[in-house]
Design a protein around this ligand. Sequence first.
Ligand code: 5AD
Ligand code: SF4
Length: 413
Amino acid sequence: ADSQEMARAMARQVVRVAAGQEKADIIFINTCTVRQHAEDRAFSFVGTLKDWKMRDPNRLLIISGCAAERTKDELRRRFPYVDLVMGAKSIEKFPEIIAEALKEKFSWAKENEGMWEKEEKTNRAASAFVTTMRGCNYTCAYCIVPFVRGREVYRPLDTILEEVRERLIEGAKEIVLLGQTVNSYHHANGQSCNFADLLKAVGGIAGVERLRFMSPHPHYIDDKLIEAMAATPAVCEHIHLPIQSGSNRILSLMRRNYTRELYAGIAQRLRSAIPGISITTDIIVGFPSETEAEFEETLNFIQEISFDGAYCFKFSPRDATEAANHEGQLPQSLKEERLSRLLALTDNLGRAKAKSQIGRKVKVLWETHGEGRTRNNWIVRPLEPAQISPGFTNQVTIEAVKNRLLLGRLSLE
Ligand code: 5AD
Ligand code: SF4
């Protein structure tokens, strides 16, 4: 979402997408630092761009995002040829920073200043992200996000609704509300508004066919929110609700502020209020001091809830976080072994869940010319070549599956 926002700001400065790296005057890298692996990949890419920059010093190399925020000085030292390092905390100021940098560097940016506002390249994606808040007030023991993004700042309701309307004008049919703990949203500007109110307000805008949100925190799921989800037709029958671990001791070490029993209760309430809702989650294995028995609690919790999907991660110690300094760091090999056992389980479950969709007639919103999504978040492709257009919806009968992918036949009504 941040990348899209930055791309829009660039488009306002007459920047267009180049036909490949060699043709580009500007390379912009937006980075993630949530796990070490993400950061390593970004930096090794920056390393490969040295030649590109050296061949034409007039080129502009920009690095932004959370890894840039975390390692500003190191980045400048390791890659002195980078022109601009913009940490995640300055994202709101990004349009001005980029406008300045372009003016300094490129004469055309000066010449064209102010001329192109209306020409903003539209992004015709069927599904659009809308940021509702930035930062996080939690302090999960493993997580670097609060350090690099700061504390929660909520965007005013009017600003959010206005942005939703802009995305609809550009062609979006689905809106995905985004925040680190998206459901802690509250805004008291004249009238008070919490996340349930926000959902209803966005869901009430004509043209919002589908509404999703990411990622909620279990602590802020109450009956009012579940009611709002059930009562707002646009809200899709899917929730991505991170659990992280199935062991109460580990959850408490993680400072997650809920137990597995509380989570199971939420899942049950969601399922009875919203029939057919699919529930997906995030899981971390190999948190410091996690025992074999505690890891098995996670495995059996996945079966107990019968998740429709899970993103699974090995614990990655992040600098300055509480968990990085915990006793009992586990060896890499053990983390890997647990991850592969977890993946075997979630893959099997996912395949079984996918198979259970065979024979169903579902509404698919096409996101590309070859692929779309059901309301409960399954990815669907046509079984046979078919005329499909992004942004359009078809009734599809699911006839086969390929792993987690559903293959279906378009209905002709
Ligand atoms: N190690 C492994 N996974 C992590 N996540 C966040 N921090 C870490 C870490 N230090 C995972 C969590 C979160 C997702 C976005 O990334 O599961 O929900
Ligand atoms: Fe990180 Fe926890 Fe905040 Fe999520 S809720 S961003 S895991 S600190």
